[in-house]
Design a protein around this ligand. Structure first.
Ligand code: ZN
Length: 508
């Protein structure tokens, strides 16, 4: 039995459904804004979104919701055996949502939302003009608000812990440092070896002109092959690829972008987003429309996407099967004889200024740099006005390059302008989860590479559904990792994977 027939649990499911579906309505509006909406509709849409968000907030912060959830929490503490695992997690997560909604007082939420919209506008202008000083006072305000938010939410050791917890439940600054430091040290020294190796790879093949419609069709086929269901989803074009769901696993939509002169950007984005999409589509239907019918953490969501994009989607085994199909889609642009050239090109390692364009090796350094800076900002150890200098010196230290201007440096990401602090680590932790799960999957599924060579993704799909995806929020990311791999999160699997793969490519 998943949820029990207990009357209060049934009541909580009903209340949870209302809040989840209202949030889902907001997501539909947001999806439409990114995919279909005409330019002049922006003002009306932002009013609609604010309205839905405030009604959703009222539902979760209501006395009725609070009473049901608090009395259930008390009963579970007294007699846990009376409740199922699903009941207990539903109550735990609902209580968490209720406390968050009531701890952040209306006055704070309003000030924060104003600071975010002003911050976002200032960031856009600053980035366009490549002038950090335009963004600086707004960023200072957003940092102060994040510190205030951490105080309202509560923490034990560091205010940064409270911010991390919004994305990765229970994860602390100290744990993140412990997980990321060995990865940083390995990557900095391994990158030197790559740069000193005699191998140079030419990426010319990827820059040829590939018809955008064909790119879209090919990406769609890959998504379908890997198991993303178009009966419960769709693929559209958006300026920044994203995945969205509307409170039910039966409607999970993905987007991608296409550029004639950048084939991998579109194809690998589509594979990445379909990985996100499959996660949401495979969540246990019994959780549908409840607060538990979503990803357990941002890092686990990212792991499900990156696993398809990188260890699978950039592997020679995957392309041994898919490359001939790619040639059939673009017979005048590439040839069968260029397969090795293509596989090498999608695995070039090259330090660059921009995070979203980074390869598998340098990507984590971009994240670690951001983590270290925002951790110190929240602790008050560094000043906002010194960020461009700190940024550039860390880029030099880790990647050996210095951005020529702030647009290519500290101003490149939108996150801080939205007040998102504590979010960046999820990207690298996602890579670490992906490698650790992949390592275990390789042991559980015999002949996984052979299956990839034959274009058969059934066993991979089933393994992920069974070990990770079905649980939604029923298990935390840490619990899923331990249950599936028998170990706590450990960056050694990612280090081993990177060392092995790129050691072969660059003959190190
Ligand atoms: Zn992603």
């Amino acid at each position: 039995m998943k949820f029990s027939k207990n009357k209060k649990i049934q009541k909580l499911i009903e209340l949870s459904k209302e809040a989840t579906m209202l949030k889902g309505i907001g997501e539909v509006l947001d999806w439409d804004q990114n995919v279909n909406m005409p330019k002049n509709a922006a003002e009306g849409r932002s009013y609609q979104l604010a309205l839905i968000s405030s009604i959703t907030h009222q539902k979760v912060a209501s006395d009725q919701f609070g009473e049901v959830v608090k009395s259930l929490d008390k009963e579970i503490k007294e007699n846990p055996a009376k409740f199922t695992l699903y009941d207990r997690v539903l109550v735990r997560e609902s209580l968490r949502a209720y406390e968050k909604a009531t701890k952040l007082l209306k006055d704070f939420v309003e000030r924060e939302s104003e600071a975010k919209s002003k911050g976002f506008e200032a960031w856009k202008e600053a980035k366009e003009k490549s002038d950090f000083s335009i963004f600086e006072p707004f960023l200072k305000k957003l940092v102060d608000l994040a510190i205030e938010e951490a105080g309202l939410l509560g923490y034990e050791d560091s205010p940064y812990d409270a911010l991390l917890d919004k994305f990765e439940q229970g994860l602390t600054e100290k744990q993140v440092e412990k997980i990321l430091s060995p990865l940083r040290d390995f990557t900095v020294s391994f990158l030197q070896k790559v740069l000193n190796s005699n191998i140079t790879i030419d990426g010319e093949i990827l820059k040829r002109k590939f018809n955008t419609q064909k790119q879209l069709e090919f990406g769609k086929e890959l998504a379908e092959d890997s198991g993303y269901s178009f009966d419960s989803g769709r693929l559209d074009i958006a300026p920044h690829p994203f995945t969205t769901e509307f409170g039910t696993s039966s409607d999970v939509r993905i987007t991608t972008r296409v550029d004639e002169g950048n084939l991998p950007d579109s194809i690998l984005s589509t594979i990445h987003e379909s990985g996100h999409g499959m996660y949401e589509q495979n969540i246990d239907k019994a959780l549908d429309m409840t607060i538990l019918s979503e990803e357990t953490s941002y890092a686990m969501h990212e792991a499900m996407a990156r696993m398809w994009e990188n260890p699978i989607g950039r592997s020679k085994y995957f392309w041994n099967y898919q490359y001939p199909r790619l040639v059939r889609a673009f017979p005048k642009v590439i040839s069968l004889g260029e397969k090795e050239k293509f596989i090498s090109a999608i695995n070039i390692v090259e330090p660059g200024f921009i995070r979203v364009d980074a390869d598998e090796i340098t990507y984590n350094l971009h994240i670690i740099l951001r983590f270290e800076i925002e951790r110190d900002l929240i602790k008050g150890k560094v000043r906002v006005k010194d960020l461009p200098e700190i940024w550039n010196s860390k880029m030099q230290e880790y990647l050996g390059i210095t951005p020529p201007n702030d647009a290519l440096g500290v101003l490149q990401d939108v996150h801080w302008s939205y007040g998102l602090f504590g979010y960046f680590p999820s990207y690298s932790i996602g890579n670490i989860y992906a490698a650790q799960l992949m390592n275990k999957m390789n042991k559980d599924i015999i002949g996984i590479n052979k299956q990839l060579q034959e274009g058969d993704y059934t066993k991979i799909r089933t393994w992920l559904e069974k070990n990770v995806q079905q649980y939604g929020k029923v298990l935390t990311a840490g619990e899923i990792c331990e249950k599936a791999t028998g170990e706590k999160l450990n960056s050694k699997y990612l280090i081993e994977y990177l060392e092995d793969k790129f050691g072969r490519i660059y003959k190190i």
